[in-house]
Ligand binder design. Structure first.
Ligand code: ZN
Ligand code: ZN
Length: 393
């Protein structure tokens, strides 16, 4: 594997010679496992806010962190928040501005909203039982406006839609009742298909890294590469010497062109979309609860296992570097949506929701020590973080 680095060495250097007007702000949004809404708090400082939801929400940052999408799948509702933190790129630096978060006036309702994709300036929400996706321009969302257009799918299914390399990609399902998902297909601006369906049986778990989109399939990982001349599809089959399993949840690195996927209940797979070997398997000591990538440390990922241990994985050599207990045990027996921890990473801290304790554990990414617990109450579950460093001038 020779990974392609996506950031220059200068961009990776950790904020050299901090100017006086450099400001760092991370804001954490936590959704309750039940219907107790969303709590927002500042990682440094004492800002604290709450927002009502209709039901359990999964949270996604959008528009470069200026907005939050709160998907309430069981309640047919998607609501939106202004995060209050905007980062505007000026090329060699970003400007940061910080204000209070607020609810955005504009809620989408529809049959079973689920996956959210952010790509090419659009935020796309799939309505699994409606047979369509709502496409929202992030430029509008960043200013508190919800302006959806609709992409119709030929058949309703649990899938995703994304703009990609000048076309729209959509998952496609079989016409049979409860038939399987078949793969991914390109569509033109009028919604007409362009070419065949790229086979990816059971397609699930889309992610982006560099010029690639990757998604998990029963037979391997489907990669799609931007060419500037339309997407190029390739199937990477799972290696014959891998244990039984498949990936269905992928994360894409922003600093190195690579992906990390789940693989079976107690494994992970590091994926290089370009060079062989495309796959490296990582065996975990216990079943996996959640995993996240570190946007500030190239190649670093964190995995929480059901014994309550947090592990730091070096993806470049597919090796667990360090492990430490950060919560009590959370068994993976039971329903997938039972209240268990979820991870997010913010500026040197790993944030671990701890529903049994009603808190968010703030873990030092270097030492894996729990630095402090932020009391939330209820059952803190899904989590998202926005923010970063910039100049305020
Ligand atoms: Zn500036
Ligand atoms: Zn899904």
């Amino acid at each position: 594997m020779t990974f392609r680095w996506l950031l220059s060495a200068a961009a990776l250097a950790a904020s050299p010679a901090l100017a006086d007007d450099t400001h760092t702000a991370f804001r954490v949004f936590v959704a309750d496992h039940g219907d107790a809404g969303i709590t927002a708090f500042d990682l440094e400082g004492d800002g604290r806010w709450t927002f009502p939801t209709v039901g359990q929400a999964k949270l996604y940052p959008a528009a470069n962190g200026a907005a939050l999408v709160a998907v309430q799948s069981d309640d047919e509702t998607v609501s939106f928040l202004n995060s209050g933190i905007t980062l505007t790129s000026h090329g060699d630096h970003s400007d940061i501005s910080v204000a209070d978060p607020s609810a955005i006036d504009g809620t989408l309702t529809g049959p079973r909203p689920f996956h959210v994709v952010n790509h090419d300036g659009q935020t796309v929400i799939n309505f699994d039982q409606g047979g369509y996706a709502a496409i929202l321009p992030q430029s509008a969302l960043a200013t508190g406006k919800v302006e959806p257009t609709e992409f119709r799918q030929s058949r309703a299914h649990h899938g995703f839609v994304t703009p990609f390399d000048g076309v729209t990609l959509s998952t496609v399902a079989s016409d049979a009742t409860d038939g399987p998902r078949l793969g991914l297909q390109a569509f033109d601006a009028k919604g007409d298909p362009m070419g065949e369906v790229a086979t990816c049986t059971g397609i699930h778990g889309e992610a982006f890294s560099g010029s690639f989109l990757a998604a998990g399939c029963n037979e391997g990982v489907l990669t799609v590469q931007e060419s500037g001349d339309g997407p190029r599809f390739a199937m990477l089959p799972y290696p014959a010497d891998f244990p039984e399993g498949k990936t269905g949840t992928l994360l894409g690195s922003t600093s190195i062109q690579m992906f990390l996927g789940n693989f079976g209940a107690d494994g992970l797979v590091v994926i290089d979309p370009v060079d062989e070997p495309h796959f490296r398997h990582v065996k975990l000591p216990f079943r996996r609860v959640d995993f996240a990538l570190d946007p500030a440390r190239p190649g670093a990922a964190y995995i929480l296992t059901e014994d309550g241990s947090l592990h730091r994985l070096n993806m470049l050599d597919a090796r667990i570097e360090d492990s430490a207990k950060v919560t009590g045990p959370y068994s993976m027996e039971g329903h997938w949506n039972d209240a268990r921890p979820r991870l997010a990473v913010a500026g040197g801290s790993i944030l671990v929701t701890d529903p049994a304790k009603g808190a968010v554990q703030v873990v030092d990414a270097e030492t894996l020590d729990v630095a402090r617990a932020v009391e939330i109450g209820g059952q803190p579950y899904n989590i998202a973080v926005v923010g970063g460093s910039g100049l305020s001038h």
